[in-house]
Write a new protein. Structure first.
Length: 361
């Protein structure tokens, strides 16, 4: 299949390598000129996948999307709206959209935009990325891990089988269907995990120190992660959706022995640790706080399950950064999230927005 990958960071480059290794045709488009290094016609990968993988590089978003079977969003959540706006005029019937690492109901923003055009496409949302990837150069990527299990849902739900089969054809039998987009929203563990790690190691980030993530996920940090997990699980229960615990996630993602998070982190550190952020300009905060913590806290309010630690973490990070991080979320206001009831959100999470009228030929 021809796959338009919108985003050329670590996740986009890793996805391109994986797709080419699986016999597909990746087409890369860089949404911004922030990194002016030359993106070559191949991706060089090392780590869990090693080799040189041929790719096509598109000059514009329209060029990337044209003729693609699948359009794959591989940018952080704080770039979702801009990239969706770029892609929306060019999406066409017969395509499938995949949002890798879905946050803040971005699929509903896309669904609403498609509705205004009078069309509906399967929008597949993932609870996390298939791999961890760190870009080491304009066309080079280190793939730290390839996950065994990834939770997904499709909007509208009637296209769930098509969404699931597409993802399995692209990346293999690793996808686990969940009830709906709410279940996937509450399956993304990055916001809670990154909150605990960043908050407890913030001075290391600010000073630009070289430090490692799992070695510094101590028992105390692990206890904070598990306390945050308790809030998330209570919200999922109130919505009636099934999600994994953070311990189950670590076991399935990394093949670890059961245990407390601190103990599992030590086992990961012993295998070969991941370098942690050495700047305050990190997605651990600037993506996960506005688009993850804020969203989880609002979901808790909708069902009467206050996410006290999530909200407190968001407030503390906002104070530390001297800015209103919740205000950085440009997706939830665009779908009028504050005006949604729990019942209306459930309906939208399954069906999206109905096409307004058929788009003229």
């Amino acid at each position: 299949m021809r796959v338009a990958i919108l985003g050329t960071g670590g996740i986009g480059l890793a996805a391109a390598a994986l797709l080419r290794a699986n016999g597909h045709d990746p087409v890369l488009w860089r949404p911004t000129a922030k990194d002016d290094g030359q993106l070559a016609g191949q991706v060089q990968a090392d780590g869990q996948l090693t080799g040189h993988y041929a790719v096509t590089v598109a000059r514009t978003c329209a060029d990337a999307v044209a003729g693609a079977d699948v359009v794959f969003l591989a940018v952080p959540a704080n770039g979702h709206r801009a990239v969706m706006d770029a892609a929306l005029p060019h999406l066409a019937a017969g395509q499938v959209v995949v949002i890798s690492g879905h946050l803040s109901f971005g699929a509903l923003y896309l669904s609403r935009g498609l509705s205004a055009r009078g069309i509906r496409l399967p929008i597949v949302v993932w609870g996390t990325t298939v791999s961890t990837g760190r870009r080491t150069g304009p066309s080079t990527v280190h793939i730290g891990s390839i996950r065994a299990k990834v939770d997904i849902a499709t909007v509208p739900a009637v296209d769930a089988e098509a969404g699931l089969s597409t993802c399995r054809a692209l990346f293999g039998e690793r996808f686990v269907p969940r009830q709906d987009m709410i279940a996937v929203a509450l399956s993304n563990l990055n916001p809670q995990n990154h909150l605990a790690i960043a908050l407890c190691n913030l001075t290391r980030m600010e000073r630009g120190e070289t430090w490692f993530q799992y070695a510094n996920t101590t028992d105390a940090v692990g206890r904070l992660i598990e306390a945050l997990d308790t809030e998330r699980l209570a919200i999922a229960d109130a919505f009636g959706v099934d999600v994994r615990t953070v311990r189950e996630h670590f076991q399935l993602s990394f093949g670890l022995r059961p245990g407390a998070i601190g103990a599992m982190a030590r086992e990961l550190a012993a295998r070969g640790d991941s370098q942690a952020p050495a700047t305050l300009e990190s997605r651990y905060v600037l993506e996960d706080a506005p688009f993850g913590l804020h969203c989880t806290a609002l979901l808790g309010q909708l069902v009467g399950r206050p996410a006290i630690l999530h909200a407190a973490g968001l407030a503390m990070l906002s104070a530390l950064y001297g800015r209103d991080l919740a205000g950085d979320n440009d997706l939830l206001p665009a779908i009028d999230f504050s005006g949604l009831s729990a019942a209306r959100l459930r309906a939208l999470a399954r069906n999206g927005w109905e096409p307004a009228t058929s788009e003229p030929d």
